[in-house]
Ligand binder design. Sequence first.
Ligand code: ADP
Ligand code: MG
Length: 831
Amino acid sequence: MGVSIDKSHKQGNALLVLLLALLLVGALAASFYLSEDGRTHFILWFLATLAAIGVLGLFLLAIGALQISGRGARNDLTKMITDGSSDGLLVTDTESRAVYANAHYMALAGVTDGAPVRPIERLFTGASDVSEAVYRLVQAARERRTHMEEVRMAPALDGQAGVAWYRIRVRPLLRAGRHESLWTVTDVTQDRKGEEGAVQELQNAVNFLDHAPAGFFSSDPSGQIVYMNATLSGWLDYDIAQHLNGGLSLSQIAASGAALLDSAAGVAGQVKTEVIDIDLRKRNGQGLPVRLFHRVSYGHDGLPGPSRTIVLNRSQGEDISEGRAAEVRFARFFHNTPMAIATVNRDGRISQTNASFARLFGDTLKADEGERNVAAAVLEKDRAALMEALSAAAGGQSDVSPIDVTLAGGLRSARAFVTPVADKQSGDEAAILYLLETTEQRALQEQFTQAQKMQAVGQLAGGVAHDFNNVLTAIIGYSDLLLASHRPTDPSFQDIMQIKQNANRAASLVRQLLAFSRRQTLRPQLMQLNDSVSDVQMLLKRLLGEKVELDVRYGRDVWPIKADVNQFEQVVVNLAVNARDAMPGGGKLTMRTSNVSDTQSQAYNYKGLTPADYVLLEVEDSGTGMSPEVIEKIFEPFFTTKEVGKGTGLGLSMVFGIIKQSGGFIFCDSIIGKGTTFRIFLPRHLLTAEEMNAPKAEESKAPAQDLTGQGTILLVEDEEAVRAFGARALRSRGYTVLEAGSGVEALEQVEEHGDAIVMVVSDVVMPEMDGPTLFTELKKRGYNYRFVFASGYAEEAFKKNLPEAEQEAFMFLPKPYSLKQLVEAVKQVQG
Ligand code: ADP
Ligand code: MG
């Protein structure tokens, strides 16, 4: 170790010492010129003065007012430490001159004896980043701040090759009223080199892992791949740098097998390793058969950490042991089948599962990972049957019949097959459970059953309605006759009016039933949805009242449709009334019309909606909404949630019937508390050339005012009451009426009266011979009578039974009819 320099103390003044010496010599010389006596006197005085000065000095020294300087006094502990410190220490004054430098600093600065000590800024020079750091240090020193920098010097200060790192610190000092700076220079080259080495080692490790002859990846519990080595990414053809950042997920690389690797909650502190043979999926979709060693450890909270998964490539050529080909093939079959397979023990505990099983039960069996039991996978009601089947199989029974189960959660269903385990080596595995998901089929079946039920109810309702129609025709008819024979001033007149009005109300109920059973008479005609909605708009406003806002949005260029205008209005009114009832506190009813193209219709995803061009009417309310259970039933006749006397439950049934009969579809979406939207899809009608040229809807002929007439009319009707009323009604208008209770009777009447008859009014459905048959029979015999057919059934239905060419020769009269309607029809046909 060299020596330090210390200029922290002022050197004595040589001139002052010389002067003092001269003074002493002068005084001595002067004493020779004095007398003996005077000399003694002088010397005494001189010595006394010196003694006084000495005592004074001792005093001053004692009270500390005087210090004796010198090297020896500063050779204390602190100085020893600083001088010998392994850091370079330098103290500079404000002028940047070295006041003190320890030996280490001198060595760093390469100061040889006598040479001036270079300050920091002259010592550390070179690269720009070094001078910048030094500049910051000097600046800090000037501002009397503490500051530290680390600089990299190449070559090192001592001139050795290679690089060296120095940490330089500056700290302000205040000594004896003077500002100075303390600089500390530490050589940190060794530390830095150590760090560099560690990084290098890590890189080597990663490199080893990256190019290991096995794949490796780690996935976090959310299914994201957090690491994948180069070998695996090479196999799967992923660019790690690109894909790991972009978020590669387990389901992307493991496809259907991802569910198998899904790490569920486990026992705290447990480490679980599974060996799984599956196919991974390459970037191009190809499969890569592999064996995975999948290890997951669980934290203290039982939650899984990231996986550590080793991937062995089992594809041909890469397989580690060729003899395993069969096993690989089996594993692929096992995991790629759509059937969920699991082996279970006698108590239903699951031991092995395939990918489909994991997928089917992924969520259900996750919750209780500790005890994975098939019993937990199905609903309570199916448990007993499943366990029974399992124990039968466990007992060796090979023909256990399959059972249908609903999976836990209640949304999905499956058919379960159970077979015994053949070889008894496989631990306590007792049976194999195969499950085929049947959710879709079930839904279809339920839909089908529902449709059948509606059909049956419809048939019943239709039958009842038909009989009712005859009764109502008689009641309405006789009331008409009575009304005709009473003056309005007559007290009975009002009563008869009441009877007729009530019969009419009953008739409108029957009409709804018939509409539902799709047996009513529709008169489809070309119509514009926008026109008919706008026609009822005023009526709707009145129906909805003040509290409900009506917003109608007409689509542009809405295609024409073919439907019964009156019936369609009934549809709109019914939906609006229901919406109003669902918004007792007020709200908003929005109606929208629009075109829905073939492709757009597919996007709706409604079951049963066949893709085609449609015109769509949406009716949306902001009302109470409905629960899924209610929605299921709304179209059923007599289903109502309204109080007795408020709802008939027929409104939507009728709507449903009319829409179906028009070839359309109706769907309902509803959210409780939010509101309900009904969507009606009506098939677009493509205009024929004829229709395009046809003049705008010709106004229906003004009804004939004079309803009296003459001539003989043959009235054929099996219901006596209806026939009697009809006969009286026609006679009262001046006609001669021949009555027949059946088709056969009618033929007899014709034999007898033949040419006198001008027209036949006939029921359609009659025993023995129905109306249309009578019509053709008479044709055969050469009688070309004009016909009025009366029926409660759909016009379309009976038209089919008549030859196309003849259809102009008759008129259709829907039942129940009033007196006026009957005579009008007769008058019209008579021409
Ligand atoms: P009704 O109106 O006589 O009850 P409907 O066949 O018209 O019979 O309707 C059947 C049931 O459907 C109603 O009772 C009601 O519960 C429900 N419903 C129909 N439309 C709506 C709607 N817009 N909002 C809420 N519920 C409705
Ligand atoms: Mg209703």
